[in-house]
Design a protein around this ligand. Sequence first.
Ligand SMILES: [Zn+2]
Length: 564
Amino acid sequence: MLNQDVFLERALLEEGLLDHGQLESVRRHAVEKGVDLVDALVQTETLTSRQIALIKADVCEVPFVELADYEPCYANTALVPRSVAERQCCFPLFMIDGVLTLAMDDPLNLEATDQIRQIAKCEVDAVLSDREQIKALTAKAYSLGHVQAGGTPQAQAIETEIGAEDASQPVVAAVNQMLADAVQQRASDIHINPDEHEMHLRYRVDGVLQEKQGPALSMHSGIVQRLKVMAQLDLTQTRRPQDGKFRFRHGGKTIDVRMSTVPTVCGENVVLRLLTNAQTFQDFHELGMPATLVSSLEEAISRPYGMLLVTGPTGSGKTTTLYTALGRLNDPSRNIMTIEDPVEIRLPYVRQIQVSQEIGLTFANALRSILRQDPDIVLVGEIRDNETATIALQSALTGHLVLSTLHTNDAVGAVSRLRDYGLPSFVINSAVLGVLAQRLVRRVCSHCRTPDPVTDTMRRRFDLEEAAEGFMRGKGCGRCGQTGYRGRVGIYEYLGFSPEVKHEVERGSSAETIRDLAVHHGMRLMWQDGLEKARLGQTTLEEVAKVASVLAIGAPGKHQRQAA
Ligand SMILES: [Zn+2]
């Protein structure tokens, strides 16, 4: 240890990362606190542990391995007991041809490598990694990895406030670690899928499921039991689907979780949905809406009555848009009521009603009841039948501002859908203020973005000019889990009910005719908004092509449909 510190001090001085004055005060700190040079440098915020690791790798002439960039196999934790890994600050990365690659904070620590060589009964090849990252990886992998073979399980230092009372039990620690990871990785759902051979753990991040290393299959039933206890479900019932919810705190945030179990031949399949808090609500601009759209929406929701519709498939961000609108309208002077299935986010002052099939509380009859409660603004989670459509439009005509959603592919699709529900054109025209259609596309990771030349396929699909530029993609880095994307942004089209549009609706014109007319009057289609965002490097053309139909502009009725 001493040796390494001397080498390190010299290297830091030579590299100019430290001057003699700073070194003196860091040394004083080390003595006062009883810590080593590295901890003293980090604690005094003189250098980051990563900077130090890079210098050390140089000094010790061993390769530096960036642990944030990849996920080592947790099964290797069986080779080295947790207590040894923690004491020696090392982590068993991988085993190839009988040689164990060991991530170490101090590769010159021969006592440690000897000890591990004996325990693991194999050759050891040391590489250097960031001390903080080794500690974090050790905490995570030993909680989620196989229950350790040697040594006694120790109290695990998981920095979460989740069920801290008995975090020493492997199952509890594994559940806590899964939840903490999901929050850190901004996952919206956790899927726990057992099959005959293993327990698959997947997180949905930015709308895409990502496979994670899960605990061993032998821990599956214990984990399900623990989650059932948290969600107050029936522990003895394993053959019937169950739903429940629980709440946990992590990193100062309260997270509500909806839990659902379904029995499969290989055991209970569990899906946990992590619900965001109301505080995290943004304004329209932050959702990626262009300024003209924001003013159209603000104009629509400032009306005393009428209906604003948001359309798109499940997972297209409709609820977030509606809540953002409610957030703008929400003040104690207004009576706001919602009917939802399920109530995803709780808002202050807003009276939220959960649809329940079991007690016959449908969207339609809940809506009828709340209209007797004198609301100013009503949010109907979804219109999916004639009855709800009729009552919702009637209430929009009788002095209420109604916000709701429809499952249609595009904005004009809402007109056809309302006609299908048997509503006459004049009712649609009098009630509907506008229709917003939207999809979510992934944002290019800002940490690893790089210029991305347009491929011929995309050039043809989007009918781009030869010199089109500005496009970016992510190369993949530790921050974005190697996906090249981080976070999502909406792409939008808004059909305002202008006199011209109303005229076409009144005449019973087709969706195509109404769309062409609206485009002629300046409506920007969803894919055009997406293309604009791709040109600005916010997303990629591939993302836009995945979610939005690309329609030929200026060729009425003639359009090439892509995957919708
Ligand atoms: Zn990245």
